[in-house]
Design a protein around this ligand. Structure first.
Ligand SMILES: [Fe+2]
Ligand SMILES: [Fe+2]
Length: 194
């Protein structure tokens, strides 16, 4: 079932609850999801897809204490990396909030895995993961890099580029990609499709 929510009402809600910067990012991720769908000929309900991008960071401005408390209270199943890094919890917490409100399952699953990437995130999750990384407000990409990414022939190839870039970026900071993200990278490199 596609989303029955009114996008204007959701935008209004987010504009009142998120920081201005986060709100702008959220709107841009929704628009980028739809742009990616056109570019790669996907067939999701456009309103649902846009709302997936719009709502993905619904819990991003919560503090660590609140995220941990919510995850505990709701017995959310977490990846090991998420247990040790509270900011990553905004994904499972956001997904649980949206599920409680009756958003479609594939949208909730996409939100669930948008931070770490997963072979379980579904095709909507693939669009969201990419859109979150390339939306126009992201200053870590210049126009040339963005165009080069969008020249990739498939969403899978594009996602591989992002995962590899993330891995290289994290290495410079002495960190590693999550187990889930690495599993996704290997799955896609071996020709896997979401
Ligand atoms: Fe996020
Ligand atoms: Fe985001």
């Amino acid at each position: 079932m596609s989303s029955h929510f009114d996008s204007t009402v959701l935008e209004q809600e987010l504009s009142e609850t998120l920081s201005a910067k986060r709100y702008q990012h959220s709107v841009a991720v929704g628009e980028t999801c739809v742009r990616l769908q056109h570019r790669y000929h996907e067939t999701f309900d456009e309103r649902e897809l846009c709302q997936c991008g719009l709502m993905h960071d619904i819990a991003r401005d919560w503090n660590a204490k609140r995220l941990i408390q919510f995850a505990d209270d709701h017995h959310l199943p977490l990846e090991s990396e998420e247990k040790g890094c509270a900011v990553l919890l905004h994904a499972p917490v956001g997904a649980a909030l949206l599920q409680e409100r009756g958003f479609p399952e594939q949208l909730c699953i996409a939100v669930r895995y948008h931070t770490i990437g997963s072979i379980y995130m579904g095709r909507m999750g693939l669009l969201l993961y990419i859109a979150d990384y390339i939306e126009p407000n992201r200053m870590h990409l210049d126009d040339e890099m963005r165009s080069s990414l969008l020249a990739e022939p498939t969403l899978e190839a594009l996602c591989i580029r992002i995962l590899e870039a993330e891995r290289a970026h994290l290495l410079t900071k002495g960190k590693v990609v999550t187990h889930s993200g690495l599993e996704l990278l290997h799955f896609l490199q071996e020709g896997g499709k979401l």
